[in-house]
Design a protein around this ligand. Structure first.
Ligand code: ARG
Length: 571
């Protein structure tokens, strides 16, 4: 159901009658149609200026000629103002079409199969081993997770990849520190924090005794050589990190299809480096092997260090080839903070220079920084907020609010988790991803305003209305009751939801869905406060209002789902 398309078809018909053979088609007309800023000017407007060239007539004349010919069930009336053809929709017909179409696609309104047969790889979250998950990692995790759902919803095959940061000399130091001062139980119990402590200790001690650096390097060499003991400890460090992180992923409901990280590519870089060399792209510079990119206004990309060691970008090159060969992706998205803009520009450029046109499917989905209560996070200054702490605190706060507002709610713990986590996720996905975010409790957890709890509450409100509606089951809906302005706003937002999903996918911008869903919630609440939903004296009108409520509830749930937020039925 695409009203705009439907109206465009009607105009195209009229156009074909009036101006034989020289008009433009429905599709093009739909592209020209605008939504007037003021409802008094209609629901859609066609600026006829752009037609006057091909039709060789004045815009005003074109508009008048079309106006005379137009007449269909969906259109109430048309008006000509200046060179515009303003179209007023038949609201009850519109209401019926929209509501019934939405209800015919439960949980799937806005879904499509444009991605059928295509694959998209999404690299997101991509945590570093032996580092704690802090709120700076929220955006990559949630934008990636949301995009995965959006692509899925559009028929793509999706591959979620956690490109683990599990390679580097720091792991040698960590093992060294563990051997000297650590023990199994402390790490088992303390998790990642215990590893971080060991690492900090290593640096403190190394200041007094620089020979430790050599020992650390020696341990890393052992990892590189596959030494049994070193590998056992290193693998165990990884397991501990993943187990710690899994708690956060469980809270967020985030999953991955692959955990192939940097170390996975240890034995897969050679052929890529070889290809670079063969194609004459590798240049020696102070002993290192680099790809020169000055022609593209970029510094050289170091692929091999002078000691032969590989780098972050070497592994990303191997990963790109691996993903291409394994998944045959149409798109490969990297959801990584903007600090790595250059890295990805270099990466894509190198693959382009190698002559592989699949580089065109690769895209860096970058995003801004997160600060907390007005202050930039800084590990050095000790101002860090761990994601798990933040989420737990959000759940706790949600629990307090629920205790106060609905003490009799069943499964309060579950709802508190959905609301608390939802508030944080919503907050993260509410603004354009490239903007910086300042996390504030009083804004995230507010039940009013543009917040997760507000949207969830609206959904629960719809569910509550529908629970009480049994008495009206079976009544024939009279859509004449949905012709007021408030209903019309709700209807338009329902109708445009699929368009928003496509746009969100095109721009890799989940916030478009967050905001659309919020507007829908706001429009429904406005409707709810100005209209009585259930009215015994008017069962047919009630049936229409209940159908509207059902459609809203379903679409809000879908919108929240697509951004990774749950929608409890009671709050
Ligand atoms: N682990 C990296 C970091 O924390 C992010 C990795 C992103 N993915 C990639 N393929 N480079 O900065």
């Amino acid at each position: 159901m695409d009203m705009k398309q439907r109206i465009a078809e009607e105009i195209a018909k009229a156009e074909a009658c009036c101006f034989t053979g020289c008009g433009v088609g429905a599709k093009e007309l739909a592209g020209m149609m605008e939504i007037p800023p003021d409802k008094k000017l209609g629901d859609y407007a066609l600026p006829c200026f752009r037609l006057s060239k091909s039709l060789h007539k004045a815009p005003q004349m074109i508009a008048s000629a079309l106006a005379e010919r137009i007449g269909c069930e969906e259109i109430e009336r048309v008006e000509v103002v200046g060179g515009y053809l303003n179209v007023f929709l038949n609201r009850s017909c519109l209401a019926r079409t929209i509501v019934e179409t939405v209800l015919a696609h439960p949980g799937r309104w806005g879904a499509s199969d444009v991605g059928k047969g295509k694959t998209v790889c999404l690299d997101y979250s991509s945590i570093n081993i032996a580092k704690r998950f802090h709120i700076g990692h929220l955006s990559t995790t949630m934008i990636g997770h949301s995009l995965k759902r959006i692509y899925d919803f559009n028929g793509y095959t999706t591959v979620g990849i956690n490109h683990l940061g599990d390679w580097g000399t720091q792991f040698g130091k960590m093992i060294c520190a563990y051997k000297k001062w650590g023990d199994r139980r402390t790490v088992e119990e303390g998790g990642v924090q215990a590893m971080v402590d060991l690492y900090v200790r290593f640096h403190q001690e190394a200041e007094k005794d620089p020979s430790l650096e050599d020992e650390g390097r020696a341990w890393f060499k052992k990892i590189e050589d596959g030494d049994e003991e070193a590998m056992a400890i290193f693998t165990w460090f990884k397991e501990v990190t993943l187990k710690d992180t899994q708690r956060v992923y469980d809270l967020l409901g985030v999953t991955f299809d692959s955990y192939a990280g940097e170390s996975f590519y240890n034995d897969k870089m050679e052929p890529v480096v070889e290809e670079l060399r063969e194609k004459g792209l590798l240049v020696e510079s102070q002993g290192a092997h680099v790809v020169m990119l000055d022609e593209y206004d970029m510094p050289p990309a170091i692929v091999l260090r002078s000691d032969g060691a590989t780098l972050y970008i070497t592994r990303d090159l191997a990963a790109a080839f691996y993903r291409h060969n394994t998944y045959h992706f149409d798109k490969c998205l990297y959801v990584v903070a903007y600090q790595q803009n250059l890295h990805f520009k270099q990466l894509f450029k190198i693959i382009e220079l190698m002559g592989h046109d699949w580089y065109k499917g690769m895209e860096h989905v970058s995003f801004g920084m997160v600060s907390y209560e007005g202050r930039a996070l800084s590990t050095r200054e000790g101002y860090v907020v761990y994601l798990e702490d933040l989420l737990n605190k959000a759940v706790e706060k949600a629990r307090e609010i629920i205790e106060e507002k609905s003490p009799n709610l069943p499964n309060k713990d579950e709802v508190a988790r959905q609301v608390g986590v939802g508030a944080v996720v919503y907050f993260d996905l509410h603004n354009d991803r490239t903007k910086d975010i300042d996390f504030r409790w009083e804004r995230a957890l507010n039940f009013d305003g543009e917040t997760g709890p507000y949207v969830q509450y609206t959904h629960a409100r719809c569910c509550s209305v529908l629970r009480k509606a049994q008495a009206f089951e079976g009544a024939q809906a009279n859509y004449q009751t949905l012709t007021d302005d408030e209903a019309c706003d709700v209807l338009m937002l329902l109708a445009r939801f699929p368009e928003t999903i496509s746009k969100a996918m095109e721009a890799n911008e989940p916030s478009l869905i967050t905001r659309h869903t919020t507007q829908l919630a706001q429009a429904y609440n406005k409707y709810y406060f100005e209209h009585r939903i259930m009215d015994e004296s008017d069962p047919e009108g009630t049936a229409a209002r209940l159908n509207l409520t059902r459609a809203v509830s379903d679409v809000i749930k879908t919108g929240l789902y697509l951004i990774g937020v749950e929608a409890p039925e009671r709050m």
